[in-house]
Design a protein around this ligand. Structure first.
Ligand code: V47
Length: 363
């Protein structure tokens, strides 16, 4: 631990072995103290939150991931696909002038044409030009390239010209091939996920990155995942935030697994903060790990607790207990009570003026 401490204090990069040690040491508080040094170096006393709304346009998906409770079969009672009008009406329902982001993720629908996704983006962008559209994981982008017959570059550039602002970090799951094949055999490989992100960054679209943990992955695979993200970030610098996603087992094919523990949730965030020395932000997504643990995470490397969210369906389908939305006052209260300065941000981490958000930063 002393070796690692000295590297952190000098701002030196940690090795794979260092990461594994941090993943396994019983001294969680020591890991947290080191993560807090990096957090403060990068973000001082600031903790970020955003006023956003999630739109999940369809739960039909040709990938049948074993960890997913959101995916439904065509023709079953719970299957749904929103038409463009319904998407616009969902957006209208959740919109108010403080909303700065629509976060849009859906399944890989078996039949919809590429024009559905392009129209969704251009219609939302025309109706809400000041709202940043963070939409479509790398997995969805790869699928759109297939159904449209365009290259990845063309697909991304086309969506960007329609109004796409950035990519969320989903679909990364765990990169390690053996485990990835077991939990999501139909999904694109980890290497392909990284390739899509590389091209997105080269196209001028920034993105987030995630990792699904707490299923059947090993500590080595978690560190391998972080190292691969760090390597791509060295090349492109396009990632904004890393978000560890805690596996929720209910209604999934891995329902014999337990929910993640508080110590693992906190440790994952702290180790990510220490390993991802080239990421500016580590996000504790309260929907996945509860508002209480997210608040504690601010002492263990996290500088962001995501947002109001309004309605999220993916975690909810798999037994999420944290509810569907938090108010602005609740998010601010959590941060202030932790002794930090709450910063209302937009998707790209520009600070917004709470009274006049639309005037304070350009999307
Ligand atoms: O890719 C699916 C995960 C992701 C389960 O970029 C599950 O800011 C837990 O990526 N238990 C989609 N997780 C959501 C996502 C996301 C969320 C919040 C913020 C951002 C961001 C991105 O949800 C999927 C998958 O990894 N997921 N099923 C489950 N049972």
């Amino acid at each position: 631990m002393n070796d690692i401490k000295s590297k952190v204090e000098k701002g030196e990069r940690l090795s794979f072995e260092d990461g594994l040690f941090l993943m396994n040491t019983p001294d969680l508080l020591a890991v947290g103290r080191l993560a807090d040094i990096v957090r403060r170096r990068k973000n001082q006393n600031r903790a970020h939150y955003i006023i956003n709304s999630h739109i999940n346009h369809t739960n039909l998906c040709v990938n049948k991931c074993r960890f997913c409770a959101f995916q439904k079969e065509k023709g079953t009672p719970e299957a749904y696909t929103m038409g463009l009008e319904q998407i616009m009406s969902e957006a209208k329902k959740s919109y108010h002038p403080l909303v700065s982001e629509f976060h849009i993720v859906g399944g890989l629908h078996p039949d919809l044409p590429y024009s559905y996704y392009r129209d969704m983006i251009s219609s939302l962008h025309s109706a809400y030009p000041a709202v940043h559209l963070q939409a479509f994981t790398a997995v969805e982008i790869d699928y759109f390239a297939i159904i449209s017959g365009m290259s990845l570059q063309e697909t991304l550039a086309d969506l960007k010209s329609a109004g796409l602002g950035s990519l969320p970090g989903g679909g990364a799951e765990i990169f390690a091939e053996k485990t990835r094949k077991k939990i999501c055999p139909d999904k694109i490989s980890g290497d392909r996920w990284l390739e899509v992100m590389k091209i997105a960054h080269e196209t001028g679209l920034r993105s987030n990155a995630t990792m699904l943990y707490g299923h059947i992955e090993s500590p080595e695979e978690r560190i391998d995942h972080l190292v691969r993200l760090r390597e791509l970030q060295d090349i492109t610098g396009g990632f904004m935030a890393f978000i560890p996603l805690a596996f929720h087992p209910l209604n999934t094919e891995l329902s014999d697994r337990t929910f993640t523990s508080g110590q693992l949730d906190i440790r994952m965030l702290a180790v990510a903060r220490l390993m991802l020395d080239n990421f500016d932000h580590i996000k504790a997504f309260w929907i996945m790990i509860s508002p209480a643990i997210s608040q504690l995470a601010l002492f263990f490397g996290a500088d962001d607790i995501d947002g109001t969210v309004i309605e999220e369906k993916i975690t909810n389908a798999a037994g999420g207990q944290s509810g569907k939305s938090l108010t602005l006052a609740q998010l601010e209260g959590m941060i202030r009570e932790a002794g930090m300065e709450s910063v209302l941000r937009d998707t790209l981490y520009n600070a917004l003026n709470r009274e006049q958000p639309a005037l304070s930063a350009a999307n």
